[in-house]
Design a protein around this ligand. Structure first.
Ligand SMILES: NC(=O)c1ccc[n+]([C@@H]2O[C@H](COP(=O)([O-])OP(=O)(O)OC[C@H]3O[C@@H](n4cnc5c(N)ncnc54)[C@H](O)[C@@H]3O)[C@@H](O)[C@H]2O)c1
Ligand SMILES: O=C(O)CC[C@@H](O)C(=O)O
Length: 387
């Protein structure tokens, strides 16, 4: 029986996939597998029982990836599962940034039930006029699952779209419309675009990408959309840029005390992926990945360990070994099994950066003694007996 804990609300269509072999538990400390959306796991003690964490979403900056890797805890995410939800919100944000819809709606609401409201509207509406997006230049930073959809949709709105992603995947490149102009230097986006939208993960290298130096080279009156993470932007520099008119509007999905209520900032309560479709897609993908890992040791869409697929185990035993990506590991594993006259019928070894994963089908199954010997090998992080 595997114990599963949800740190956030996860859509039922996903949770309903769990069979009788899974038990939902309220306590994180009892879990073998955890499902999470945006809750932070950084300050939680990781229990010894924990084998896997699935982020029902894209961003994994709320999870201590290295700490998990060192402990042999596989962290999954659900690439692309909420990208359409975010894309639709970004298109709304583009229009919200171009037209003073938020200002206008707030003003009308402030008129209360004034019997003259219709007259007032016609008298005052010129205060809330805006521009159209057609023909304007949009820079899309990050051409992954979301960025590609945003770029293609904006192209259909007849915007001139520039895309920047030095690490673009082959898959994403195939999906990108031929009308998107490929930019090799981020500076080109900053210098030329009327609207800039960012769709990249938060990392040490992307943190603070929008700062006083980058604002300085942007066009006056640029509109910036942030549906990625708040700390990609240095708030103090953004507030200065808004005051000076360098930035006209900043639409962000990440309200924080620095930017809430600041003139020119439009804050949305992290709703990019909050659609029933995105929530269902993420939950189903996350649960399927967890189940395949817990039952078969297969890894798909992990952010800290390599993909590995040996299908359903039909042999007497299957064992998973997490280890450092260093020489001479495999020979020590095979020698351990050989000593006990255990036959390896199938085997996969994959690595990702400094970490590696070996999955072995064996006949007959493993014993406690063998597991103990494997764990004692220098460089082994964790051994999981799957069968
Ligand atoms: N607001 C929301 O609800 C919401 C929903 C989904 C994702 N997100 C955020 O958006 C981010 C992107 O989501 P996604 O689904 O498109 O992820 P993704 O992994 O499919 O795409 C990210 C892209 O960014 C590119 N990239 C990485 N570093 C870069 C850099 N320095 N410059 C340019 N490109 C860079 C990668 O090559 C990749 O193509 C997530 O990491 C998450 O933080 C927010
Ligand atoms: O779960 C959410 O609502 C937000 C998801 C989003 O920020 C992500 O990175 O996928």
């Amino acid at each position: 029986m595997f114990k599963v804990n949800c740190l956030n609300k996860i859509a039922n269509v996903g949770l309903d996939l769990f069979t009788d072999n899974y038990q939902m538990v309220d306590n994180f400390n009892d879990a073998n597998a955890v499902l999470v959306r945006s809750s932070s796991i950084h300050d939680l003690e990781l229990p010894h029982s924990l084998d896997a964490i699935a982020r029902a979403g894209a961003g994994v900056n709320n999870i201590p990836l290295d700490k998990c890797a060192e402990r042999g805890i596989v962290v999954f995410n659900t690439p692309g599962a909420n990208a359409n939800g975010v894309k639709e919100m970004v298109i709304a944000a583009l229009i919200i940034a171009a037209r003073n819809i938020v200002g206008g709606v707030n003003w009308v609401n402030s008129c209360g039930a004034d019997p003259e409201v219709a007259k007032l509207v016609e008298k005052n509406k010129s205060k809330f006029s805006g521009t159209e997006v057609k023909g304007k230049k949009l820079g899309v930073i990050g051409l992954g699952a979301t960025g590609v959809l945003v770029a293609n949709a904006a192209n259909k709105l007849e915007m001139e779209v520039y895309g920047y992603d030095p690490f673009i995947s082959v898959d994403a490149a195939w999906k990108l419309s031929k009308f998107i102009k490929h930019t090799k230097a981020l500076e080109e986006i900053f210098r030329n675009c009327d609207f800039i939208t960012v769709h990249i993960p938060l990392s040490d290298s992307t943190k603070g990408m929008f700062n006083k130096d980058t604002f300085a080279i942007m066009k006056d009156g640029v509109k910036i959309l942030n549906f990625s993470r708040d700390t990609l932007v240095i708030d103090e520099d953004m507030i200065e840029a808004l005051k000076s008119g360098k930035v006209h509007r900043y639409v962000t999905d990440f309200p924080n005390p620095n930017v809430c209520g600041v003139e020119g900032v439009i804050t949305i309560p992290h709703l990019g992926a909050s659609t029933s479709e995105s929530e269902d897609n993420c939950a189903v993908m996350a649960v399927r990945q967890i189940m395949d890992y817990m039952e078969n040791g297969n890894i798909k869409n992990s952010v800290n360990f390599p993909n590995c697929d040996m299908g359903i185990c039909t042999q007497a035993g299957r064992i998973a070994i997490f280890h450092k990506n260093i020489p001479n590991m495999i020979s020590q594993f095979t020698a351990t099994f050989a000593r006990e006259n255990i036959n390896i019928t199938d085997m996969t070894n994959k690595s990702k950066g400094q970490w590696a994963y070996s999955l072995l089908d064996i006949v007959p199954p493993s014993t406690d003694e063998i597991v103990k010997s494997l764990r004692a090998i220098d460089g082994v992080l964790k051994v999981r007996v799957i069968k």
